[in-house]
Design a protein around this ligand. Structure first.
Ligand SMILES: Nc1nc2c(ncn2[C@@H]2O[C@H](COP(=O)(O)OP(=O)(O)O)[C@@H](O)[C@H]2O)c(=O)[nH]1
Ligand SMILES: [Mg+2]
Length: 446
């Protein structure tokens, strides 16, 4: 298994309302880059991301899942999240591990409740974001309406970098107003044929192109000067301005796809690997001493556990992002959150339930650890000498509570164990025993 250097890694998180197509988008990305030979479906219960029995029963993602793939010589770590608000914990902690949020919008419905909730979560941690309009092949697709809703309910900085030429059944063509080209897809999607924009679309494309150039110029002074001098920017300059605008969250560019038909995914992935924020573009994280820890590949090893889960046949597994230095097999570290020592005997990279052992994981990359003694979600692991922790993920306050009990008293212990596991996997679900009420109370989000 190859290992990847910091400048070869992109970390994205898929956000969006339940049913917007996040899991199918993730699956299609894995397929396009050759990580899987066949695409699974939700109905077939065989996607890489929704691998747990409970997800098959529900036909929906319940937990956040880490996937990865290699595309154009870069490693893309993709975190697929559950869309239902009940499971917000996975969304909030996944945002912590990603450098770019990809907001998936179901073009039949436009902005939905889950879209707004995820948009707020991303905003509260200042995460750069791109927007992906999905399902353009659907007979009820309504692109204009979706864009209107996004501008009204999410942000006035929504900017089209593409628009669909023929939304609805038969959708296969996108106008790219960065490159000023037409992308046409064959029956099975995949790679687009790049064509000239037809004459009757020239005016609309030119207008959107100009609006984009203006906004790209605004994000950088040198580009602004170029723009004033020439009244235009080159493709490279537009991309540079766009990238800056994305990082500062002053531009939310819009992409057009059908995840189901693999239409538009190639150009989305090209943009992610070439233009989306790099690890080194992002500000460092503040530690408990008030210092900024830079993503320094040559720095002292430091990592943060953003997700714990319990997996069949494995037990507890902890997913981490390397925040500085490199993590190698058998490294001895201090869990600075509780003062214990841990040996990182086995390192893995994971894509759904598939785990691959690796000897080393570099700054910015995402990996997984098993068989740790006292470590779980929210903990900081450091090379000896560093005695600080990260503030880490801040979870939303519970929104409801309910009392629960086992059907038979003899199951009390089992219930306690199950609730403990649930809290470990999603810390937004809080379990409390009320002495007053003599009842178990569960606090949660949805
Ligand atoms: N027509 C159409 N259906 C889609 C598209 N993408 C996803 N779907 C379907 O929408 C449903 C929800 O997709 P899923 O990936 O589970 O959405 P998630 O909840 O956001 O992860 C599934 O039945 C998918 O097959 C698309 O581009 N077009
Ligand atoms: Mg899903």
């Amino acid at each position: 298994m190859k290992t990847y250097q910091t400048d070869q890694i992109k970390n994205i998180v898929l956000l969006g309302n339940s049913g917007s197509g996040k899991t199918i988008l993730g699956e299609t990305m894995l397929f396009n880059s050759g990580s899987i030979e066949r695409r699974g479906t939700i109905e077939g219960k065989n996607t890489v991301s929704d691998y747990r029995p409970i997800e098959h029963e529900n036909g929906n993602s319940i937990f956040s899942t880490v996937l990865f793939t290699e595309y154009l010589n870069k490693k893309i770590n993709i975190i697929d999240t559950p869309g239902l608000d009940d499971f917000s914990g996975g969304v909030v902690s996944s945002l912590y591990a990603a450098d770019l949020a990809v907001m998936v919008i179901n073009v039949q419905n436009g902005v939905e409740v889950g879209t707004e909730i995820h948009f707020r979560h991303a905003g509260s941690v200042q995460k750069p974001m791109i927007m992906v309009i999905n399902g353009l092949d659907h007979e009820k697709a309504n692109f204009e309406k979706s864009i209107e809703m996004m501008k009204e309910r999410l942000s006035s900085d929504i900017m089209l970098v593409q628009y669909p030429l023929n939304e609805g059944v038969g959708f296969n063509t996108v106008i790219d107003v960065i490159r000023m080209k037409m992308l046409r897809y064959g029956k099975d999607g995949g790679k687009a044929e790049i064509l000239d924009i037809p004459a009757d679309e020239a005016a609309r494309a030119a207008e959107l192109h100009y609006a984009l150039v203006e906004r790209a110029a605004e994000s950088d002074e040198a580009l602004m000067e170029q723009f004033f001098a020439n009244d235009t920017l080159t493709e490279e300059e537009i991309k540079k301005g766009l990238a800056k605008g994305i990082i500062s969250r002053s531009i939310f560019p819009v992409f057009c796809i059908s995840a189901k038909n693999n239409t538009g995914i190639d150009s989305l992935m090209d943009f992610i690997v070439n233009e989306a924020p790099s690890i080194s573009d992002m500000p460092g994280l503040k530690n408990s001493k008030g210092q900024i820890v830079k993503a320094d590949p040559a720095g002292a090893a430091s990592l943060y556990i953003f997700k714990s889960s319990i997996e069949e046949h494995i037990g507890e597994i902890n997913y981490f992002r390397v925040l500085s230095g490199k993590i190698s097999e058998n490294l001895d570290v201090i869990n600075t959150s509780n003062g214990t020592r841990e040996r990182l005997a086995q390192l893995y990279v994971c894509s759904g339930k598939n785990r691959t052992k690796v000897p080393v994981i570099h700054t910015g990359d995402i990996g997984a650890l098993v068989k740790l003694k006292n470590t779980r979600m929210g903990h900081t692991l450091n090379a000896p000498g560093n005695d600080w922790t990260y503030e880490g993920v801040i979870f939303p306050e519970p929104k409801y509570r309910t009392a629960i009990k086992a059907l038979s008293e003899s199951d009390d212990e089992k219930l306690g164990e199950a609730l403990g596991k649930i809290h470990l996997e999603d810390p937004t679900i809080i379990v409390e025993y009320s002495k007053e009420l003599k009842q178990i109370l569960v606090h949660g989000q949805g």
